[in-house]
Design a protein around this ligand. Structure first.
Ligand code: 87F
Length: 580
């Protein structure tokens, strides 16, 4: 058995001291984070045990009191990364793993990924994209065929070097992305223009051995995503698809996750090096004031088809006429489980997760209330039966409902438990509700309670879920919009960043200018040992995108570039910000 275990080495980083240090640091930070998360989980149990014991002494009661649930112990605004860790672990989305940068996606968060798969998968299928599965491994020789583009990424490639104790004749890479895995077969399969378009997608996981501080969902060494790779005869068809896919990505964020995004094009500096251009959806994390890339759709032009020899004969050639072969036009596009992290950071609060109804494993939980020591066994059973009946009505209407009839936990404990898990709507049902033919409602996203008549249960609940979905989006959208500052005067730029904004500035869009802006907006006095997330408030700003939706005010060849060191004229408004 042991002999069949593969050994994985870190490729290019082997001799790279700097990377090793960075890796050590990242791993130390990760260990601390995991320890912190584990400690708070252990404390929860301990404290719960203590308070349970206290209760038993001070208030003897026939009814078994539930253990006290210890909520999120740090405020979102005080310690955002501590808050994020607790919200994920206590909300049952994720657990830490003994390999730094790798995490377990528990059913509640994986359910969201499945919803994204269904929504996006349905749409790409309709436009003619098919799913498939290519191998996880790629030989060194094939990986290096993409040398120019892989160069910047080489240090992140993980390698398998052994089978058990036996060194492999040739080390094998684990895919960091599948261009090099797939494109040799595109060259083999595409023989004629009649084989086009070829449009394939994979739902898989890839490995990138990052040295930066890992963060669940946002930056992980293995991550789940979809990667689409298409080949077209006509450039225009490829370019149309790039935008179509981008719009689907925006739909995943906006319609499913209730997260607003800005659509735009990456600058030359920030685009994928193998692409002619990259389109992107960009999100915003309000607590840190940082932008976050949400998903990218690349037009690869003929860059890869030239490298991999993906050609067809020119269909415009007449009988017998020999025209030179045409290189196909290609796209690639990817969306990952980072989506879930952005969703959590957007909606979560000091009580825990807040999950939008459209993606929540449980949309509604019904908790029986008003049962006291005096309640007869018969009345209690009757109430529980009514609760079950309410659930059946909702299930019949395709609402994902659960009843919480657990014994030994008080209603208050159950409320907190479901709130921590982010269930969007709680229904309470007690003798008083029964008498009034109603249920009491409590939305996860706002304070206060309401009621729905039982005669209108299914429609009333569905309407409320739709309202919650919409309100979550509207609130996040308003927040994002209020943190996008249009700035033409450089002196206002860094103060705006420091006030947790992202900034639209007139920009010449050159790489040199971006480098200068990054430099000028970074505070350098910080000591380098500070963990990355604490250093973030002082990091330099990057360009996030050139929004498609351009405000008025930049006149090409007239308006000055915002960078004080730059003499160029502005090309467009470009969104800059500190970012993830
Ligand atoms: C890390 C290691 C090796 C990103 C990497 O965006 C290679 C790469 O090619 C690499 N990190 N990239 C760029 C990925 C481009 C592209 N691939 C298909 C996508 C979407 C899906």
């Amino acid at each position: 058995m042991a002999d069949q275990t593969a050994v994985i080495n870190l490729g290019e980083a082997e001799g790279d001291k700097l990377s090793k240090n960075a890796q050590k640091k990242a791993e130390k930070q990760e260990r601390l984070a995991a320890q912190k998360a584990n400690k708070s989980a252990t404390n929860t149990t301990k404290e719960a045990g203590r308070s349970e014991a206290k209760k038993a002494v001070s208030k003897p009661s026939k009814k078994l009191e539930g253990v006290e649930l210890v909520g999120i112990t740090v405020a979102r605004e005080d310690d955002f990364s501590g808050w994020y860790q607790q919200v994920l672990t206590k909300g049952d989305f994720l657990d830490y793993y003994d390999i730094s940068g790798c995490y377990i996606l528990k059913p509640a968060s994986y359910f969201i990924w499945k919803k994204i798969q269904a929504w996006f998968g349905d749409r790409i299928e309709k436009i003619g994209v098919d799913d498939c599965a290519f191998p996880l491994f790629v030989s060194e020789e094939v990986l290096n065929r993409e040398k120019a583009h892989i160069e910047g990424f080489a240090a992140e490639v993980a390698w398998v070097t052994h089978a058990g104790n036996t060194p492999l004749e040739k080390k094998i890479a684990i895919r960091p992305t599948s261009e090099t895995v797939m494109y040799p077969y595109y060259a083999k399969w595409i023989r004629s223009h009649r084989d086009l378009p070829l449009r394939l997608n994979q739902w898989n996981s890839v490995v990138r051995w990052e040295f930066k501080h890992p963060q669940p969902f946002l930056r992980t060494r293995e991550f789940h995503w979809q990667e689409g790779h298409t080949a077209h005869l006509k450039q225009q068809d490829a370019q149309t698809e790039v935008r179509q896919i981008l719009e689907f990505y925006a739909g995943v964020y906006e319609q499913l996750l209730a997260v607003p995004v800005i659509r735009g094009r990456k600058t030359e500096k920030e685009k994928f090096a193998g692409a002619d251009y990259t389109e992107t959806v960009e999100g915003f994390i309000s607590t840190t004031g940082r932008g976050i890339q949400g998903g990218t759709s690349h037009h690869l032009g003929q860059n890869f088809s030239k490298m991999f020899g993906i050609t067809v004969e020119d269909p415009s050639g007449k009988e017998g006429e020999k025209k030179p072969a045409l290189n196909v036009f290609q796209n690639s596009w990817g969306l990952s489980t980072r989506t879930i992290g952005v969703m959590v950071m957007t909606h979560g609060d000091d009580r825990g997760l807040v999950v939008p109804p459209r993606v929540s494993r449980r949309q509604v939980v019904i908790v029986p209330v008003g049962i006291t020591a005096k309640t007869s066994e018969q009345d209690r059973t009757a109430l529980y039966e009514q609760v079950d009946a309410l659930a059946l009505v909702l299930k019949a209407a395709d609402i994902r409902v659960e009843t919480d009839l657990r014994e030994g936990y008080s209603p208050g404990w159950k409320f907190n438990d479901w709130e921590q898990k982010g269930v969007p709507l709680r229904l309470e049902f007690g003798p008083k509700d029964a008498a009034a033919h109603q249920v009491t409602t409590s939305r996860r996203d706002i304070e206060g309670k309401g009621t729905i008549q039982i005669s209108e249960l299914a429609t009333g609940v569905q309407e409320l879920l739709d309202t919650i979905q919409k309100d979550l989006y509207d609130r996040a959208d308003e927040k994002f919009k209020s943190h996008v500052k249009k700035i033409s005067n450089w002196d206002d730029f860094v103060p705006a960043l420091n006030s947790k904004n992202v900034c639209l500035i007139p920009s010449c869009l050159t790489e040199k200018c971006e480098d200068e802006i990054k430099d000028l907006s970074a505070r350098k006095e910080e000591n380098d040992d500070t963990p990355q997330d604490e250093r973030a408030p002082s990091m330099g700003a990057k360009s996030l995108c050139i929004p498609f939706d351009q405000p008025e005010g930049v006149v090409k060849g007239e308006t000055a570039c915002c960078n004080p060191q730059c003499r160029n004229k502005a090309e467009a408004w470009c969104l800059f910000g500190r970012s993830y």
